[in-house]
Design a protein around this ligand. Structure first.
Ligand SMILES: [Fe+2]
Length: 384
C-alpha cells in the first residue's frame, strides 16, 4: 500500500494475538508479553499515565487530555494487573484513579501514521486511462463522491471533474466541498486571464515548464485546482509530471543525487513591489519513515545560493538530473483543459506546466492547504 512502506504499529497488532499473555512490571514501567512470544519495549509509567483514557484523564467530548503528568511529583502505580480475559491491563494509580489499557492503547500509539503516504500509484509514464481519473460533477456531492474524488487524487496525484458548469460561481461552490481554501497572496479563489500587467509568468501566454507552485512558502498549498472557463485561441495544453515517480527513480538509479536533493536546502522566493516571500527547503522532502512527502521544484522561483565550490557543482548536477526527468515527454501527461473539465491535483507531488497559447484564456482555480485536506481525508475515512 504505502510507498517505502514501514509496517505501522497497527499492522503489527493485526498480525498478533489479541490477548495479553503476561505483564512484567518494575519500578520504571511495564512490558507486555503476547502468546506468540512477542515482548514489548518497556513503557515508562509517565507515558502510561499520560496515555490514560478514563474520564479523569481524557475528555471523550473534546478529545483532549485532562491529566497533567508534569504536575505530579512522581508517577508510579499502586498496582498493575491483567484484566478480564487478559484483554487489558488495569492500573491503580493509588489516587482513586484506575485506568485500563487495551492492546491497541499500548501498541497503537503511532506518531508516524501518515495519511499522505497511503496507496500512491506512481507513474513514470502515462499508464492510466482517462476513465481512471474522471469523476462526475455534482452540485451537491455526497461523501461517497468526494471520497472517490480524493482517492483518485491520492492514487494518481490528480483527477478531473467532468461537466462542471463553466463559470466561476459553480466552480467555487464545488471546491468548497474540499474544505477551506488556502488563502495565498493571490487570494483564496482566483480568476485570471492572460494579462502581462501582472507580475507572474502564469499570467502570460508563453510555455511554462514543469514546476511546483508556491515553493517560497514554508508550507506550500497541497491541492491546486484549475478550470478553464474559456479560450478562443490555440495551444495552452496542460502538462503534469509525477514528481514522486521521479524521486523514486532517482533514489534507485542516482542515489548520490537523490541524497543531495533530499538534504540540500534551496532558497525559493517571490518578490515584487508589495511582497517578499522566501523559504528554504530541499527539492525532495521525506518524512521520518523515508516516505516521500513533497517535491519543491521551481526553476523560476529559485533564489540565489552558494554552497561552496564542490557542493554547488554537485547540486547543479543533481538538480539537472531531476530537471531532465521532469522534462522527459514520456513522463508528461499532456491534455487540453476545456470548459467543463475541472482539474484537481496534488501540488506536493505533481509538477505542472502548460504549452504556449494564442488568444484570450480565462481560468479560475484555488489552493487548499495540507491541514484542511488531511482533515477531510479523516472525515471521509479515506485510508480505510
Ligand atoms: Fe504554476
Amino acid at each position: 500500500m504505502g510507498y517505502l512502506q514501514v509496517p505501522t504499529i497497527e499492522k503489527r497488532i493485526a498480525d498478533r494475538p489479541d490477548q495479553i499473555a503476561d505483564i512484567q512490571v518494575n519500578q520504571e514501567g511495564l512490558k507486555i508479553k503476547l502468546s506468540d512470544g512477542y515482548v514489548s519495549e518497556l513503557f515508562p509509567w509517565i507515558w502510561i499515565r499520560d496515555h490514560a483514557t478514563e474520564s479523569h484523564s481524557f475528555s471523550v467530548e473534546t478529545q483532549q487530555r485532562t491529566v497533567d503528568v508534569f504536575s505530579e511529583a512522581e508517577v508510579s502505580p499502586a498496582s498493575a494487573i491483567l484484566g478480564e480475559d487478559n484483554s487489558f491491563v488495569q492500573i491503580d494509580w493509588g489516587t482513586g484513579i484506575v485506568s485500563r489499557y487495551s492492546l491497541q492503547d499500548l501498541l497503537g500509539a503511532n506518531p508516524h501514521r501518515d495519511l499522505l503516504s497511503f496507496s500512491p500509484r506512481l507513474w513514470s509514464e502515462v499508464n492510466f486511462e482517462l476513465s481512471d481519473l474522471q469523476v462526475a460533477y455534482s452540485e451537491t456531492p455526497t461523501d461517497s463522491q468526494l471520497r472517490e474524488l480524493l482517492l483518485k487524487v491520492q492514487h494518481y496525484g490528480f483527477c478531473l471533474v467532468e461537466n462542471c458548469p463553466a463559470n466561476s460561481e459553480a466552480t467555487d461552490q464545488f471546491l468548497e466541498n474540499l474544505g477551506p481554501y488556502f488563502n495565498s497572496h493571490w487570494g483564496d479563489f482566483w480568476e485570471f486571464e492572460n494579462d502581462l500587467a501582472e507580475e507572474d509568468s502564469a499570467y502570460g501566454c508563453e510555455y511554462i515548464g514543469p514546476h511546483n507552485d508556491c515553493c517560497y512558502y514554508d508550507h506550500a498549498p497541497y491541492l491546486q485546482t484549475f478550470h478553464c472557463l474559456m479560450h478562443d485561441g490555440t495551444g495552452g495544453d496542460s502538462l503534469l509530471v509525477d514528481g514522486f515517480a521521479i524521486a523514486k527513480d532517482m533514489r534507485e538509479s542516482e542515489p548520490e543525487s537523490y541524497q543531495i536533493l533530499t538534504s540540500q536546502k534551496v532558497p525559493y522566493q517571490c518578490i515584487n513591489t508589495d511582497i517578499s516571500y522566501c523559504s528554504q527547503k530541499p527539492v525532495i522532502q521525506t518524512n521520518n519513515n523515508g516516505e516521500l512527502q513533497q517535491i519543491c521544484f521551481n526553476n523560476a522561483d529559485r533564489g540565489k545560493f552558494w554552497y561552496g565550490y564542490e557542493k554547488t557543482k554537485q547540486f547543479y548536477d543533481a538538480y539537472a538530473k531531476f530537471y531532465q526527468l521532469a522534462n522527459d515527454p514520456q513522463r508528461q501527461y499532456r491534455f487540453k483543459l476545456t470548459p467543463g473539465n475541472l482539474l484537481i491535483f496534488n501540488n506536493w507531488r505533481l509538477l505542472h506546466g502548460r504549452t504556449a497559447f494564442t488568444g484570450l484564456r480565462k481560468m479560475c482555480g484555488s489552493y487548499h492547504g495540507i491541514d484542511s485536506v488531511v482533515a477531510r481525508y479523516r472525515s471521509l475515512a479515506l485510508d480505510n
